[in-house]
Design a binder for this molecule. Structure first.
Ligand code: NAP
Length: 521
């Protein structure tokens, strides 16, 4: 059986004790073991800061971008290997594995090209400069400069490839070395990615380290030049955010937590229209893609009451075509949940939703998967629920069932009530609004825009190029207020600022402009 290793202090570390098993979710067979036992976190942090940080600060954005492009290329060359590991350890279909793995290489490449676009500077200007004295000789300019510490990246189990890459891309481009910690249960893919990058000698030593297993004690080694970026449940996020050492030393912490994302159907959208076709396709995909184990999945669907029967029927028609089972069976379109505890939480969570909503499609329980041994595998079918009394359904707005589960809720079709319903989620990563009426969409955004980090505006005009709301594109911010953690990642160059310190420069205009924009000096 494979034993996953960590890579710290410029070398591989293999533990000899306190192992946790990893499983194939489709067969429940043990496939690997993980432990971080014996890692000296203080030394690991010191090595990253001194070796990785020093190497990166020698480079401008353009050269760091070259490193990211080399990472993307090396990983893409091993794509099939990574897809197989993803199928094995996450239980997802090949198509869903691609969503994660190609998302990783694509995001690395995006930030690689962005670095080349920014150029050779080591500072990123923040806004325009301005005159501070009687003339422009005394000049002021804000800019960003890389922090001198290490970025600790703690990721969720559902995106072992993309989660690692999207965080690493931003930190490395900003000039910070990374210690990446994948969720233990699906660490196989991330470990292989780091192995590939090491074998290919893509990065100077210390820029990218890996801890497979527990990071107990790591956060205590950090100081005010370091950064923590976390993705996972709000409970763990709260624990990390309130860690004493991080608070005492003002260590920046970015939290991407869970989210009761929603789709809002505008009153102008009627069955048969192009926008209706788009929303049915996309919502059904958001429910089933990656077996619903996506932080951006649609959990609540708000639909004008006179259209709720139509939408229910249309969604059931699409969801009924889903074949749940082993990703190795060619007929299967949706794989397993990733762990036994995720399955238990899905069953228990759906039972709680059923107290205030009614199941209109699916089982709400484990099923045998197509192509899998009877009684084995963590399979849970697409499940659609419907609320009748929206005044008494708090659980639907509060409980994230991290599985292919979504709930239909009627509303009166007005923008104020749509905004109110959206807000009941307490802050989401993404909300999709399907409407061709710009005035109505504007009204909804003005009233409820601050409750979501991203709005996906589905309409007839963009339908031919639409990606669906679940894709976290590197160009757009990923992160949302309140319950979603209050964090912000991606969004092109905006992602870099977490890893940099903003400084105000005051001096001669010539010197400041030469420093911040060397290409044009
Ligand atoms: P989780 O149980 O909170 O774990 C997340 C990560 O935190 C894992 O790497 C875990 O490591 C680590 N961790 C746990 N306790 C820790 C501690 N005391 N100190 C440091 N690290 C600790 O979440 P999950 O089950 O992996 O992920 C599912 C959740 O993530 C869902 O709620 C989903 O909505 C959310 N999610 C959010 C986003 C987003 O972008 N907002 C994206 C994906 C997922 P171990 O695995 O070793 O315990």
């Amino acid at each position: 059986m494979k034993t996953l290793r960590s890579h710290v202090g410029g070398a591989w570390h293999q533990a000899s004790d306190r192992f946790v098993p990893l499983f194939d979710p489709s067969s429940e067979e043990e496939i690997a073991q993980v432990s971080s036992d014996g890692i000296d976190f203080e030394s690991a942090v010191a090595y990253s800061r001194s070796h990785g940080g020093a190497s990166l600060r020698e480079l401008g954005y353009s050269q760091r971008g070259e490193l990211l492009l080399a990472m993307s290329k090396a990983l893409h060359q091993c794509r099939d290997d990574l897809l197989e590991l993803s199928i094995l350890n996450s239980g997802v279909t090949r198509k869903d594995a691609k969503f994660d793995v190609d998302g990783a290489t694509g995001t690395l490449a995006y930030y690689g090209y962005l670095g080349k676009e920014i150029g050779d500077s080591k500072f990123l200007p923040d806004g325009d400069g301005e005159e501070l004295g009687r003339s422009s000789r005394f000049w002021g300019q804000h800019c960003w400069v890389a922090r001198n510490g290490v970025a600790i990246h703690i990721n969720a189990f559902n995106f072992p490839a993309w989660g690692f890459a999207e965080k690493a891309a931003a930190a490395i481009l900003a000039g910070m070395p990374v210690i990446s910690k994948p969720a233990t249960s699906t660490a196989l893919v991330t470990e292989r990615m780091i192995e590939i990058l090491n074998d290919e000698e893509v990065l100077p030593s210390g820029i990218l380290s890996l801890v497979c297993g527990s990071v107990e004690g790591l956060l205590e080694s950090l100081d005010g030049q370091d950064v923590v970026a976390f993705t996972g449940s709000s409970g763990t996020g709260f624990m990390i955010r309130s860690q004493e050492n991080l608070l005492r030393r003002s260590v920046p912490v970015n939290i991407e937590a869970d989210s009761l994302n929603c789709a809002v159907i505008g009153p102008d959208v009627s069955p048969g229209s192009e926008t209706w076709g788009l929303l049915v396709r996309e919502i059904a995909r958001e429910i089933t893609q990656k077996s619903g184990q996506k932080c951006t999945a649609v959990r609540r669907i708000f639909v004008p009451e006179e259209r709720i029967d139509d939408l229910q029927e249309a969604l059931i028609e699409v969801l009924s075509t889903t074949v749940t089972g082993s990703p190795r069976d060619p007929s299967v379109t949706m794989g397993a949940l990733s762990t036994a505890s995720q399955l238990a939480a899905a069953v228990e969570g759906t039972a709680r939703l059923v107290q205030k909503a009614q199941i209109v499609h699916g089982e709400g329980t484990r099923i045998d998967g197509v192509g899998a041994k009877p009684g084995k595998g963590w399979f849970f079918p697409p499940t659609l629920l419907r609320v009748t009394d929206t005044s008494d359904c708090d659980v639907v707005h509060d409980l994230e069932v991290f599985a292919p589960v979504s709930t239909l809720l009627p509303y009166d079709g007005s923008a104020p009530e749509a905004a109110c319903s959206l807000a009941r989620g307490g802050g989401t990563l993404v909300s999709s609004i399907y409407s061709d009426d710009t005035g109505w969409v504007g009204d909804l955004l003005a009233r409820g825009g601050s409750f979501s980090g991203r709005f996906y505006l589905g309409s007839e005009k963009m339908a031919s190029q639409a990606t669906g709301s679940g894709v976290a594109l590197p160009q757009s911010q990923h992160g949302g207020p309140g319950r979603a953690g209050g964090g912000s990642e991606l969004g092109a160059a905006r992602a870099l600022t977490l890893y940099m310190q903003r400084i105000a420069l005051q001096g001669s205009r010539r010197m400041i402009e030469d420093l911040t924009n060397p290409r044009e000096s």
